[in-house]
Design a protein around this ligand. Structure first.
Ligand SMILES: [Zn+2]
Length: 73
């Protein structure tokens, strides 16, 4: 087990995809869906791709894990 973080470029994704990630969110603090998020970052941890942003309402981190099936290069 390594905790190596590999930086990825969120903005390399198609604009459509970016918009979806920023719009369709689940905030565990607000307990609400689709509040949206800002300041997205993308990285890979232990083989899992993670997109992290801040909730538009409460500024809590929102972390989305992508399964390999979503990989689409
Ligand atoms: Zn929130």
């Amino acid at each position: 087990m390594t905790d190596e973080i590999i930086e990825r470029d969120f903005y390399a994704r198609p604009e459509e995809e970016q918009a979806q990630f920023l719009e369709y969110t689940w905030c565990g603090e607000c307990m609400e869906v689709d509040l949206g998020m800002h300041e997205p970052k993308e990285y890979e941890l232990n083989g899992v791709v993670i997109i992290e942003g801040l909730c538009n309402k409460c500024n809590s981190p929102i972390i989305t894990e992508l399964s390999d099936d979503d990989e689409d290069f």
